[in-house]
Ligand binder design. Structure first.
Ligand code: GDP
Length: 201
């Protein structure tokens, strides 16, 4: 497969899955997006694919606890939108169910090549982010952190936030990379695309 053929603009919603058995066959390569609610995950997916409403599907009632699958224009290459974590409102029972599904997904899914972890650059590396990062470490999954809403920070603050996050995540044993991102200014969109192409290759 020639990865230069992948065109993120052609991402299309395929299905929502509550369980792993409802996902497409575990072949090829996929990248999953996750983050605290409101971190800017939907906006990042929309900016990545240059579509205004792509990730809206994942926000419709009933779909927020599901794995939402988007196909790309190359066979067997997918983007997966995972539910946001850190919802105070979600009942404990649902949280437990969901974390079991997520755990299975992270441990068992062979086509999962990497995770994009979305964080608000103004409040990076919160407790729930560390909880999740340690989970990716335990599952040895490559993780790429995008520090979103970078347009809200001045240049110097952006640099400090980026360097701080790189330093703090160095202690993890899995591959963790970090970049700045803004869905509003499109800063970092290309860098993110390059990372995904590496993984989807
Ligand atoms: P999600 O819950 O993680 O999917 O977050 P959303 O993408 O819905 O974004 C949450 C809020 O942050 C919305 O009000 C967005 O308009 C805002 N937002 C997201 N990305 C950016 C960004 O890059 N810059 C700015 N200034 N606001 C953003």
């Amino acid at each position: 497969m020639n990865i230069s053929e992948i065109n993120f603009n052609q991402a299309k919603f395929l299905l929502s899955a509550a369980k792993l058995i409802h996902l497409p066959k575990d072949t090829g390569a996929e990248v999953a997006f996750i983050g605290r609610s409101n971190a800017g995950k939907s906006s990042a997916l929309n900016a990545l694919t240059n579509q205004k409403r792509l990730a809206r599907t994942s926000k419709t009632p009933g779909r927020t606890q599901l794995l939402n699958v988007f196909t790309l224009n190359v066979d067997d290459r997918r983007l997966i939108d995972l539910p946001g974590y850190g919802y105070a409102k979600v009942p404990e029972e649902i949280k437990k169910d969901w974390s079991q599904v997520l755990d299975q997904y992270l441990r068992q899914r062979k086509s999962l090549k990497g995770l994009v972890l979305v964080m608000d650059s103004r409040h990076p590396l919160q407790d729930s982010d560390w909880e999740f990062l340690h989970w990716t470490e335990a599952c040895n999954i490559d993780t790429h952190i995008i520090l979103t809403k970078a347009d809200k920070l001045r240049y110097g603050q952006q640099k400090n936030t980026l360097l701080g996050a790189i330093k703090e995540t160095k202690k993890l044993s899995n591959n963790v990379t970090v970049q700045l991102f803004s869905a509003d200014s499109k800063q970092g969109v290309e860098e993110l695309q390059q990372k995904l192409l590496q993984w989807l290759n």
